[in-house]
Design a protein around this ligand. Structure first.
Ligand code: NAD
Ligand code: UD1
Length: 347
């Protein structure tokens, strides 16, 4: 990309103190971009901002604000010339979304609308959005390809993603200046190699890798594997796990793409290689020399037996490829958890 454009780009990371946002901030700063972070810390900790500064040796502007607050977001745009927005700010716990769907629709849709309105007001034409493989729903064959029709989601969280994709793509149809990049993440795990930032779920982890690492560090007694009677090779579900720093690198490419194109483009961010739950447990044990106590339990409602990405499009168009192995993912997860047994709160 044009070096002059790149040097002067200022990226607003909405929800940038969270797991994916903090790792992306590091990758953007290391690639010469400036970042502004806005987060209400509903699922993160301001300490993440200090750690980003420590890793990169760079200063960043950060705001404790709710992205649904139009006055506050307007002020951020007014005080900073924002070239690209990356929209991470969302509630993401699938089970919770079934219990409090209205809060999920309110937060996730409102943040998107507020950002779009402020972008239009302040002449910002580029947005990269954190979507999910969940939008492929239950009907599609695997591997998932971007050309497939979206499917039926099994929970309100998934529907918010599907709806936000629609809102963003409608907005870019109506405004020919607007560039929208929809990134469909598969299963991000791991942590920055420094061990200074990582995934820090509040309460009992919903996702597999943080649960495993909390068992390893002694915060949980054992892992329950949800189902061992799926029609997969070892009976447990298979997913496309991707190292968080590879995922973060995908955002740098997406920002560059957004700045140079118009319209809506969708990219899967996955490795294309699935692993089963048992393979993940075994890989974690082997990489770190730790035994993980587990037992088999009931299937979790809404889980699909297996899915993974066709990631050719991101490779071909963005020039993006993953480079880290499952062993790296397991080692880096443990490095973060071991050094931060209680996450940022134990700082
Ligand atoms: P996260 O919870 O760690 O980060 C989200 C951040 O947004 C948090 O820091 C939270 O405090 C903030 N936030 C939420 N609502 C806000 C609001 N109204 N105003 C300001 N800040 C707000 O989650 P993550 O894993 O980093 O995920 C980032 C995005 O990617 C989310 O939109 C999530 O749905 C999506 N996603 C995540 C995964 C995954 O496996 N982690 C997979 C697919 C998609
Ligand atoms: C889940 C969400 C998905 C979301 C993604 C990232 C569901 C149904 N799907 O994906 O919408 O985009 O997280 O936030 O929740 N597992 C166990 N024991 C555990 C935890 C998980 O066996 O304690 C298994 C699950 O059954 C699954 C695999 O591990 O087979 C991965 O689970 P998880 O990390 O929650 O990711 P997904 O289910 O793929």
């Amino acid at each position: 990309m044009n070096k002059e454009i790149k040097r002067s780009m200022n990226i607003l990371l909405a929800g940038g103190a969270g797991y994916i946002g903090s790792h992306t901030a590091v990758e953007l700063l290391n690639n010469g971009y400036d970042v502004v972070i806005a987060d209400n810390y509903s699922n993160s900790d301001p300490e993440a901002i200090e750690r980003i500064k420590k890793i990169t040796g760079k200063d960043i502007i950060s705001y404790e604000e709710d992205i649904t607050d139009k006055t506050a977001v307007s002020e951020i745009f007014g005080n900073n010339k924002i070239d690209v927005v990356i929209h991470f700010a969302g509630l993401k716990a699938v089970g919770e979304s079934v219990k409090i769907p209205v809060a999920y629709y309110r937060n996730n849709i409102d943040t998107t609308l507020t950002l779009l309105e402020c972008m239009a007001e302040y002449g910002c034409h580029n947005i990269v959005f954190s979507s999910s493989a969940t939008v492929y729903g239950e009907e599609n064959d695997i591997p998932y390809v971007e050309t497939m029709k979206k499917g039926t989601c099994s929970n309100p969280y998934g529907w918010t993603k599907s709806m936000m994709e629609q809102i963003l793509s409608d907005a870019s149809t109506a405004d020919e200046e607007l560039s929208v990049v929809l990134l469909r993440y598969f299963n991000p795990i791991g942590a920055h190699e420094s061990g200074l930032i990582g995934e820090d779920p509040q309460g009992i982890p919903n996702n597999l890798m943080p649960y495993i690492s909390q068992v390893a560090v002694g915060r949980r007694d054992h892992l329950t594997i949800f189902g061992n009677d799926y029609k997969t090779k070892d009976g447990t579900c298979r997913r496309d796990y991707i190292h968080i720093m590879d995922l973060a690198g995908g955002h740098v490419k997406a920002v560059e793409y957004a700045a140079e194109h118009k319209g809506t483009e969708i990219f899967n961010l996955g490795t294309g290689t699935p692993y089963s739950v048992l393979e993940i447990v075994n890989a974690f044990e082997k990489a770190n020399g730790i035994k993980i106590k587990y037992e088999f339990g009931e299937r979790r409602s809404g889980d699909l037996p297996e899915f993974w990405a066709d990631s050719c499009k991101a490779e071909k168009i963005l020039g993006w490829k993953t480079s880290r192995s499952l062993e790296d993912m397991c080692k880096d997860t443990w490095n973060w958890q071991r050094n931060n047994p209680n996450g940022y709160r134990g700082k």
